[in-house]
Design a protein around this ligand. Structure first.
Ligand SMILES: C=CC(=O)SCCNC(=O)CCNC(=O)[C@H](O)C(C)(C)COP(=O)(O)OP(=O)(O)OC[C@H]1O[C@@H](n2cnc3c(N)ncnc32)[C@H](O)[C@@H]1OP(=O)(O)O
Length: 258
């Protein structure tokens, strides 16, 4: 793995990649150096053959948002010419499943990149929010769009216009995250989920991810057709025969690429 200054990337023997944001002294505030390294690390993780990626933060935050000290003196020209923040969006395009393991604060851009993850779990004392409004700006890493799709207009307006923080339980009730776990066990639990995914058929996992993402972006009829076509396509591969034979023979499936 390459050396990074603002994050670390590991890939274990089960082909689980773990990307840890590592600027704990600034609560993992997202600066330009981290953004460039993040994009490079996603490429490296994918090329390593990883079957799932866990994203977490070192210390008492997942990430407390875009780096305010770096942004304060920016101008419209410098922000728009560089298309600032656009690189973070690469996370949403990753072909493998991504699991956000949220420890502590996930605020502003931190909450926004968390919402890009496919599965989100959080420690009991995690807190989420989009406080950009208090800084005279708005979310810029997809926060208004993703939050509205997830929780609906009224809840999104409430959270974005007030900038208020919510705890892990409320985040789960609103649908932002799927599981709340004991603080300190977030990464461990994410690894359990990742290993389960890595033991499945890689093609079926990819198909399932593409279908779920399609549900957000297409009409129901298009989504249903997309799903059915993927379903048919999976019968072209050995994983389907192996999975069904294993069930009938009452043994665990041995997928070729797992
Ligand atoms: C896309 C746009 C955006 O994301 S804009 C940023 C949105 N995020 C925020 O507005 C959150 C800003 N942070 C806070 O409100 C607080 O830090 C906190 C509530 C997350 C934690 O408060 P606490 O009192 O526990 O810690 P400190 O405030 O003392 O923070 C420690 C240390 O981290 C630095 N820091 C925190 N967040 C950021 C940030 N977003 N950008 C840059 N730096 C940040 C903070 O300044 C402290 O540094 P120090 O050198 O020790 O003063």
């Amino acid at each position: 793995m390459a050396h990074y200054d603002t994050l670390s990337l590991t890939v274990d023997d089960d082909r689980i990649a773990q990307l840890t944001l590592d600027r704990p002294e600034a609560l993992n505030a997202l600066n330009s150096a981290m953004m460039a390294e993040f994009a490079a690390a996603l490429v490296e993780a994918t090329q390593s053959g990883a079957r799932a990626l866990i994203l977490t933060g070192k210390g008492r935050a997942f990430a407390a948002g875009a780096d305010i000290a770096e942004m304060r003196d920016r101008t419209f020209g410098s922000m728009s010419d560089a298309n600032h923040l656009a690189l973070w969006e690469r996370l949403a395009d990753l072909p493998i499943p991504t699991i956000g393991a949220i420890n502590g604060f996930a605020l502003g851009g931190g909450c926004e990149i968390a919402m890009m993850c496919d599965i989100l779990i959080a420690g009991e004392s995690a807190s989420f929010g989009l406080p950009e409004i208090t800084l005279g700006i708005i979310p810029g890493i997809g926060g208004t769009q993703r939050l509205t799709r997830i929780v609906g207009k009224a809840q999104a307006m409430d959270l974005i216009l007030t900038g208020r923080r919510i705890d892990a339980d409320e985040a789960r009730r609103l649908g932002l995250i799927s599981r709340v776990v004991v603080d300190g066990e977030v990464v461990e639990q994410a690894q359990v989920i990742a290993r389960q995914i890595a033991g499945s058929s890689a093609r079926a996992v990819r198909a399932a991810k593409e279908c779920v993402l399609r549900a957000d972006q297409s009409s129901l009829s298009e989504g249903l057709l997309f799903e059915r076509r993927w379903f048919h396509s999976l019968f072209a591969f050995d994983d389907q025969t192996e999975g069904m034979t294993a069930f009938l023979e009452k043994r665990p499936a041995r997928f070729a690429d797992a």
